[in-house]
Design a protein around this ligand. Structure first.
Ligand code: BV8
Ligand code: ZN
Length: 241
């Protein structure tokens, strides 16, 4: 049912709020030229997730998986934050209690300057040793194959949460704390189909938060949230300031 609320009403609510949590997905980076995962031009249209973004795929053919990540790293290496990432940085400055939970691995929230951030699916600019599990930043493009650990010579993998893998406990704890404590949850540019992030809207709603969705299209979250606005993140998010 239409709520009758405008985006400027939401802006006013945010202005009165103490704690705001934001959940973002690939749609917020689409306006920076980063391909999304699902939809007409999505990455999964040409690749099957289980063939590339799973521990089994890496065990079977690590070179193929690294080729895909090298291609994405190259594509991302020229991308910069857009007006939506930047507006969230401004909101963080204005609000006493603010947390961004992102499913994106592109690092653009951090590049924009967001401080209170959980990258729950990891970061494509970090690598992890499959033997000693050390995590290190790495921006080499392309990363020559096979990339190896400088400590133990083990094979490196992207520091990304693949399908069938658990999210880091500290990221989950931080995310649930931010969802339990927020007065307002903003959900920006996610299709809302990948768990556990797909369950974050009802978690916030159940504890009494006012939940807002900003997306190009309707999603499974649209029926849960208090109000849903359709449009581009780069146009809508700056209106919340
Ligand atoms: C886990 C990394 C415990 C690769 C990614 C059956 C039922 C329930 C759950 C499951 C199930 N079967 C399997 C599961 C669990 C599984 C899952 O949820 N599967 C789904 C698909 C059913 N989840 C997991 O495995 C997670 N771990 O649950 O641990 C466990 C452990 C073992 C066994 C069982 C459970 C791990 C999830 C891993 C996530 N990693 N890939 C990589 O990036 O290299 S997922 C992938 O999707 C991306 O990483 C991304 O982060 C994530 C979410 O996608 P979105 O960001 O939402 O992007 P999408 O393209 O879908 O949507 C974009 C949206 O933006 C669209 O709505 C579009 O309209 C909008 N948009 C576009 N442009 C704009 C815009 N909006 C605004 N402005 C614009 N300009
Ligand atoms: Zn190592």
């Amino acid at each position: 049912m239409p709520s009758g609320l405008t985006i400027l009403d939401v802006r006013d609510r945010i202005q009165q709020a103490r704690s705001v949590t934001v959940l973002t997905g690939a749609g917020i980076s689409a306006d920076s030229g980063v391909p999304t995962f699902r939809g007409a031009d999505g990455l999964w249209k040409n690749f099957r997730p289980e063939e590339l973004a799973s521990p089994d795929a890496f065990a079977r053919d690590p070179k193929l998986v690294w080729e895909w990540y090298n291609w994405r790293r190259e594509l991302l290496s020229t991308k910069v934050p857009n007006a939506a990432h930047e507006a969230l940085v401004q909101l963080e400055i204005l609000l006493p209690d603010f947390w961004v939970i992102t499913q994106n691995v592109d690092g653009l929230h951090a590049m924009a300057g967001t401080q209170h951030l959980s990258e729950i699916h990891g970061n494509i600019w970090k690598v992890r040793c499959t033997q000693c599990h050390r995590v290190t930043p790495n921006r080499e493009v392309p990363l020559p194959y096979p990339p190896t650990c400088s400590e133990c010579d083990g094979l490196l993998r992207p520091h990304i949460v693949w399908f069938g893998e658990s999210l880091a406990p500290e990221d989950l704890e931080q995310s649930y704390a931010a969802l339990q404590n927020c007065e307002i949850l903003l959900i920006i540019g996610t299709s809302g189909v990948v768990y556990p992030a797909a369950s974050f809207a009802p978690v916030a709603k159940d504890q009494g938060a006012f939940v807002v969705e900003l997306n190009l299209d309707a999603t499974p979250n649209s029926s849960v949230v208090d109000v849903s606005f359709q449009g581009r993140a780069k146009d809508l998010v700056p209106l919340l300031l």
